[in-house]
Design a binder for this molecule. Structure first.
Ligand code: ZN
Length: 187
């Protein structure tokens, strides 16, 4: 497997789906520009994306596309995630909670990645009483709504300060709020 890093896998997945949509990548991975550039560099070096120049109205711009080997790599990884999910289901139905928790603990973040690629969804996890597997993300500090994993757009004190909004009472550096509550602060 050429893709050791979960963030890299997400970035490659988004490029494959939407093209080099940097704002989508930022929003859905919560990565900074520097990390995204490092991922792109890695993909290019390993032949997972192809770079081409596009002559446009505003001059030349660079276009990225997943190469065939990038697509193969991604397909292979998604298959791996599906197999892992089957394994989780098997353990959940045949063994106990403790075995399940142990098997997931050895691969942190993998269930979140499954959610990201749509292999499982949060309502299915809830129905199977497995919702806690992705409970690493925190709820909105204000409304306590779960911050969605796939399109999670959350705001910390830094963003609130940047917009000169009033910080909710008692909110800490590690807390986040949802987009709705963020908009509300500005009103
Ligand atoms: Zn909220």
């Amino acid at each position: 497997m050429n893709l050791p890093d979960y963030d890299h896998i997400k970035v490659l997945g988004i490029i494959d789906e939407l093209g080099p949509n940097i704002s989508a990548i930022k929003k859905r991975t919560m990565l900074g520009m520097e990390q995204i550039e490092r991922a792109l560099e890695f993909f290019e070096k390993n032949g997972l994306i192809e770079k081409s120049q596009s002559r446009g109205f505003f001059g030349n711009s660079v276009i990225y596309r997943t190469s065939q080997s990038g697509k193969d790599e991604l397909a292979q990884y998604i298959q791996y995630l599906k197999d892992q999910w089957k394994e989780i289901i098997d353990i959940a139905s045949q063994k106990g909670r403790a075995e399940l928790d142990e098997s997931v603990r050895t691969k942190p973040g993998i269930v979140s990645l499954m959610v990201f690629f749509g292999i499982v969804d949060l309502s299915l996890l809830s129905r199977l009483n497995l919702r806690h597997l992705v409970s690493a993300n925190t709820p909105c500090y204000v409304c306590k709504k779960e911050l969605d994993l796939k399109f999670m757009q959350k705001f910390t004190i830094r963003e609130i300060q940047k917009c000169h909004f009033a910080i909710p009472a008692g909110m800490a550096i590690s807390d986040s709020i949802c987009a709705e509550c963020f908009d509300h602060l500005g009103k």
